[in-house]
Design a protein around this ligand. Structure first.
Ligand code: ZN
Ligand code: ZN
Length: 237
């Protein structure tokens, strides 16, 4: 839904990149597969799904889960004869073999016991953006960030969460980066623009400065906070 609101329908996608198999990062994948398949009115094109080892089995099970739907739609639409074609690439580090003008590379991150997890770096001309999933500071992410202009990083307010006496909530602290840690990763690796996302807890609109103030204590570059559909431009326009 956010993609569509940003002007990109599912059938325009060539590939989907997955950082790890936590439910909050993959439970909409089924709808992307279905929407890109039935929304494509021209030649069928395979959807490529890139993720850490384990993604192949997850996608295979997802396709099994969707198989009744595939049957209904093939029976109903005269011009639809085959289920969606999905190509899965499992990777933990190195360059992702995808066509196109953007070079995508990946490295392992640290979100244990969720393992393996990966982050992605997108290089285009002289600029690069790194997108980290859930992780604590780690060398894999540092390596990807070195020489990049922007880092999109998840952030948890550990100062708030640690005061809530619910053990299951406390458990999220040891495998996520705080705002401070995400900012320190950006500073350490020479990033120009830090884009925070995946906020825990969700910040109420209007309290962005509180998060920004924490980040600026550890990061000297530009800080971007936003709700869904927040747009950031980097590099030469
Ligand atoms: Zn996670
Ligand atoms: Zn998450």
């Amino acid at each position: 839904m956010r993609l569509a609101a940003a002007g990109c329908n599912a059938n325009m996608l060539d590939a989907v990149l997955i950082t790890h198999l936590h439910s909050d990062h993959i439970t909409d994948l089924n709808d992307v597969i279905t929407s890109s398949w039935i929304g494509n009115l021209s030649e069928p094109k395979p959807l490529q799904i890139v993720g850490p080892p384990g993604i192949k089995e997850a996608v295979d099970r997802l396709l099994l889960f969707l198989s009744p739907d595939f049957g209904y739609r093939i029976a109903h639409h005269a011009d639809l004869n085959d289920p969606p074609e999905v190509h899965v690439i499992e990777i933990e580090s190195g360059v992702v073999e995808l066509e196109g003008g953007v070079t995508i590379s990946t490295a392992p991150t640290d979100h244990r016991p969720v393992d393996p997890t990966i982050a992605f770096r997108f290089d285009y001309k002289n600029d690069a953006v790194v997108v980290a999933g859930d992780t604590i500071p780690c060398t894999g992410l540092d390596q990807l960030c070195t020489g990049a202009q922007a880092l999109v990083h998840t952030a948890v307010r550990k100062d708030i969460i640690k005061n809530i006496p619910i053990e299951r909530l406390q458990d999220v602290l040891d495998y996520h980066s705080s705002v401070e840690e995400a900012s320190q990763t950006a500073e350490r690796t020479g990033i120009d623009t830090l884009v925070l996302t995946h906020y825990v807890p969700a910040f109420p609109s209007g309290q962005e400065t509180e998060w920004e103030d924490i980040a600026t204590q550890h990061f000297s570059g530009k800080i971007e906070l936003g709700d869904d559909l927040h747009r950031v431009e980097i590099g030469e326009l």
